[in-house]
Ligand binder design. Structure first.
Ligand code: Z16
Length: 832
């Protein structure tokens, strides 16, 4: 029934709608009901975390109404559904954004107040689902938000890790990892679907047989079988009825009754199987760039991909009269990096072995269904699997990959006759140093659309890593510059700015971020400038409180806040930032009369537990910080804080507090970056290289509102080709020599000359990411920053321009492009 008045609703609907009303009274009743029926504790023992759970459940009920309406609309009307396959979804806290999306922040605050509770205190009780490492996982979460807000039917498919990304503690300046037991207190957002369950095999062998029609066929006889169970989390769009879903799969043993039939009475064997099976979804691998060859990781990938594809085919079967041949008309499947790329072989197996389609038809369906997004050019990050291990785990899939490869290489041979070197380069099987399966090649060959995540990245992809494929199929390649959701990273994270924007240009900007351009006429208005600075100062004071509480370090909100938060990685060059700090320290110590514009340097980020140098870089930051913060000669001008456990929750405090955003990766190494966009929206200026999306950020903001420095990607390659000798840069720069000397001589480590030695030695001898080659240019750019900061009105104007021109970096723009160019999915309004 249509969008008519409530008189059209059935009695059940009327009742359910009044139970899930959006006014403070209904919400209060929802909370009280859940306190009683879902939580069930004596009133006297209720604490804020119980109110959190009760409110979350009441909010989930309201989203569930929208979810039911959304599914009904898209299934009945036969719309195409986007399926986003990702091994990571870094969703972050859910309550705040869900209240925003439903338009019930004020109503919920009122309802809680009537129950004697404070909304902020209740919000702080949420344990965030950290089911991702960094950019890629958070991008997937932003895209789910935009898909729902743009009213596109979509399902996110992934893994329900029992342990997400580890919690980071800092002890004596070192990173210590703690397991992230995020499910202990229960997860009010998910709905277990024990009836949505699929079997997933592995190991075993494949065999030929003749089917009833006497046709020769192949089937896989797995040696082991697992069971995947779906857990659904609703994903509400902003100010719309559309509510999509994130389906995460959890691994279990197959039905123990079935097992008992073969192995009578072996109860303990069944329990042991359950324990072994559950390890598949036990823990997220904590590397933001993959660690080669871990069998369990391959199994995780195959497990969630197989469950998801079986689920999709099952939905298709349930649509009366819809043949599996209609798959690409009804579903678009996007592969978020190579992690889910085994889907290409699995879909072929399902179509050819199980649905008995012929190869050519199955292949056409497969290629029309998949799109592949590449997120990295770093050669060590391109996933490959040792052939022997792959064969043992997924023997039938390897056969299918060989057949895909045979036909593919024929196509290459026809297009480039006699080019044996090209065939070797393009093969799905790598031959160098032991045979491997090349997952990026599988994803590319199996997709009708391949994209990079920023203009520069796509350009480099087309001319380096995937150049041969680009030459074969140029029309399949395209760019989709990343974006981030303004709902979480502006409206939620920066309530002061949200209010100022609403008051200045009206509320439309939140779903049409280009409208922030309407701020430009106010950029030099003294009243508006004063309001802008007040908002920023409030955000800096809020972060300073958080930093003090978590580190004991005091930061002055009147200082320039210079912030670098992201995973710790050599290519991101946190150590270049530290070289700048030590340079300032050195200058202040050398000249007692020197003064500089005071700055607070804030760092945050996790190092992969096995990444030796990244962990030393964390120690370096903390060691320099300890010395700087406690030395009265310098702590009047400099402070350094490392925020422990950078995650989505504290990110929301950090981005809005930045004056300066550090985006200083070696050009050509950061595929896009998305933190850079979050800073820009919140009015930070960027100091950065021409890398990833920085290039487009500078284009949008205007070069006069961006502090550019450093070698270009081409220059980086040239320097490496010519034989880079970092020591030459030290010999030619006495200040740099002194700075490295201070780090190596124990100045920051109570006389210990060993702790930081690996960092210094690596820079001096090897410096794979050209830290020393860019050092002088970086210092010069930082001097431009200090000069600009001295002119407060000028800085404020630049800050306003950065926000005003950040519209392109909304994930709404990115998702609209994916929908138009790759998925062919339009809006499906769900009647209110
Ligand atoms: C990841 O977060 C990224 C790339 C990758 O191969 C694996 C992981 Cl887990 C990041 C890129 O490093 C970053 O530049 C980009 O902005 C982000 O993916 C989203 O595209």
């Amino acid at each position: 029934s249509a969008s008519g008045p409530s008189s059209e609703s059935t009695p059940e609907q009327t009742r359910s709608h009044s139970r899930t009303g959006m006014d403070p009274d209904s919400i209060r009743r929802g909370i009280v009901d859940h306190l009683r029926y879902s939580i069930g504790r004596p009133a006297a023992t209720l604490r804020p975390e119980h109110y959190y759970r009760a409110l979350a459940l009441a909010v989930r009920d309201r989203m569930q109404d929208n979810r039911v309406a959304s599914t009904r609309t898209s299934l009945e009307l036969g719309h195409k559904v986007v399926c986003y396959f990702s091994a990571e979804f870094l969703m972050g806290p859910q309550l705040g954004v869900n209240l925003l999306d439903l338009g019930i922040e004020a109503a919920a605050a009122t309802a809680l107040a009537e129950l004697g509770q404070d909304l902020d205190e209740v919000l702080a009780c949420e344990e965030e689902p950290g089911l991702g490492n960094g950019g890629l996982g958070r991008l997937a979460a932003c895209y789910l938000d935009s898909l729902a807000t743009l009213e596109r039917p979509a399902i996110g498919y992934g893994i329900r890790y029992e342990y997400g990304i580890f919690d980071q503690e800092i002890r004596d300046g070192w990173q210590v990892e703690k397991t992230d037991n995020w499910l202990v207190a229960g997860n009010p957002w998910e709905i277990a679907k024990p009836d949505v369950s699929y079997r997933v095999g592995w190991r075993g062998y494949s065999e030929h047989y003749r089917d009833a029609g006497d046709v020769d066929r192949v089937r896989w006889v797995p040696g082991r079988v697992l069971r995947g169970v779906a857990y659904d989390t609703p994903v509400q769009g902003y100010d719309v009825r559309t509510c999509n879903v994130l389906t995460l799969w959890s691994a279990h043993a197959v039905d123990s009754f079935a097992l008992a039939a073969f192995n009578t009475g072996d109860y303990y064997k069944a329990v042991e199987d359950e324990v072994n099976s559950e390890t598949v979804t036990k823990v997220l691998y904590p590397n933001d760039e993959p660690e080669a060859g871990k069998r369990l990781r391959l199994l995780q990938q195959y497990f969630f991909v197989s469950c998801s594809l079986q689920h999709i085919l099952h939905i298709l079967d349930d649509l009366a009269g819809t043949s599996v041949r209609a798959l690409p008309e009804r579903f678009a499947v996007q592969l978020n990096d190579t992690h889910p790329s085994i889907a290409v072989a699995e879909l072929m197996r399902l179509l050819v072995d199980e649905r008995r389609l012929d190869w050519d038809e199955a292949w056409a369906i497969t290629v029309a269904t998949f799109g592949y997004t590449n997120h990295t050019l770093l050669p060590e990050a391109l996933e490959t699997w040792p052939l022997a291990m792959f064969d043992e785990s997924l023997p039938r899939h390897l056969e299918i990959i060989y057949e895909i490869n045979r036909r593919f290489l024929d196509e290459v041979r026809a297009a480039f006759p006699g080019d044996e070197a090209r065939l070797r380069r393009m093969s799905l099987i790598g031959e160098e140093g032991g045979k491997t399966v090349r997952m990026a090649h599988l994803a590319t060959v199996g997709s009708h659309a391949i994209n990079g995540v920023a203009a520069l990245h796509t350009e480099l992809l087309e001319h380096s890593v995937l150049a041969d494929f680009y030459q074969l199929w140029p029309e399949r390649f395209g760019n989709k510059t990343n974006g981030v959701t303004p709902r979480r990273f502006l409206a939620r994270a920066n309530p002061g700015l949200r209010e100022l924007l609403d008051a200045t240009i009206g509320p439309g900007w939140l779903t049409d971020l280009d409208r922030l351009r309407e701020l430009e006429p106010f950029a030099d208005d003294p009243t508006f400038q004063r309001q802008w600075r007040e908002v920023k100062r409030g955000n800096k004071a809020r972060l300073a409180r958080y930093v003090h509480e978590h580190t004991g370090i005091e930061l002055n909100p009147d200082w320039l806040f210079d912030i670098q938060v992201k995973r710790i990685h050599e290519y991101k060059r946190q150590h270049l930032n530290v070289l700048h700090i030590v340079t300032l320290y050195h200058r202040l110590k050398q000249d007692p009369d020197a003064t500089i514009a005071p700055r607070a340097f804030v760092f945050g980020g996790k190092a992969a537990p096995g990444y030796f140098l990244a962990k030393r870089i964390i120690k370096l930051i903390n060691a320099v910080g300890e010395r700087v913060n406690n030395d009265p000669d310098v702590n009047r001008f400099l402070r350094v804080a490392f925020v422990p456990n950078f995650n989505v929750q504290n990110a929301e405090l950090i981005y809005p507090a930045a004056d300066l955003s550090e985006q200083i990766s070696t050009a050509g190494k950061e595929a896009s970056g998305t933190g850079n966009m979050k800073f820009m929206m919140n009015g930070a200026l960027t100091i950065g290289t021409l890398d990833g999306a920085n290039v487009e950020i500078r284009d949008e903001a205007g070069p006069e509102n961006f502090f550019l420095f450093g070698r270009t990607a081409d220059e980086v390659e040239q320097i490496k080709r010519d034989g880079y000798r970092p020591a030459d840069y030290v010999d030619g720069n006495p200040e740099l020599a002194a700075v490295l000397g201070l780090i190596g001589d124990g100045t920051f480590t109570h006389g210990d000359t060993e702790v930081l030695r690996p960092v210094v030695d690596n820079l001096y001898r090897d410096d794979p990411f050209l830290v020393l080659a860019d050092y002088a240019a970086y210092l010069e750019a930082q001097e431009r920053v200090s000069a600009a900061w001295a002119d407060s009105a000028g800085w404020t104007r630049m800050s306003i321009y950065n926000s005003a021109r950040s519209g392109k970096f909304s994930s709404d723009r990115a998702i609209a492009e994916y929908c138009d160019d790759i998925w062919d999915v339009g809006p499906v309004p769900v009647p209110k």
